[in-house]
Design a binder for this molecule. Structure first.
Ligand code: CMP
Length: 144
């Protein structure tokens, strides 16, 4: 029963974020690969400088994005439920640009980065949207 509830919720989140041009088969594939992870308050999900490549959606709770500047954590952004993160390392093949940790007890949905990459290759609309979002995030980080 729990798994059924999760599936509906994951589908909804995936549709909300990457809706444009996803077929039922695409969605089924994403849901199949998705893993729901519980994150205690304060726990780091993505660590600045690491070279893992998964991508996440905040399912429940919220995240704080921070970057180390001269040994001090500097606040970059707040990610409410429904936001995604971890796309930059996947798109650029770079290391994690910032740390993302749970602001409160949360749940994230984790997808394999290769899957996101394949999706971007197959769906120009999703690529455009992701690149636009990434540019906006970069602008904040360059300003800080
Ligand atoms: P990535 O670099 O893979 O890992 C850290 C993630 O934090 C990054 O991808 C983005 O998803 C996210 N991130 C970085 N900077 C910002 C920002 N200014 N606003 C929101 N999210 C950000």
């Amino acid at each position: 029963a729990n798994r059924a509830v999760n599936r509906i919720s994951i589908e909804r989140q995936v549709l909300q974020i990457f809706g444009a041009g996803l077929t039922p088969a695409d969605i089924a594939e994403l849901v199949e690969a998705a893993e729901v992870v519980s994150v205690p308050a304060g726990e780091v999900v993505v660590e600045e400088g690491a070279d893992d490549k998964d991508i996440y959606i905040v399912r429940v709770g919220s995240m704080v994005v921070e970057k180390d500047l001269g040994g001090k954590p500097v606040f970059l952004s707040y990610l409410p439920a429904g936001s995604y993160f971890g796309e930059m390392a996947v798109i650029d093949g770079s290391k994690r640009s910032a740390s993302v940790r749970a602001a409160i007890k949360s749940e994230v949905i984790r997808f394999p980065g290769e899957m996101f990459n394949a999706l971007l290759d197959a769906k120009p609309d999703i690529r455009t949207r992701a690149l636009k979002d990434m540019a906006a995030r970069r602008e904040i980080n360059d300003f800080v």
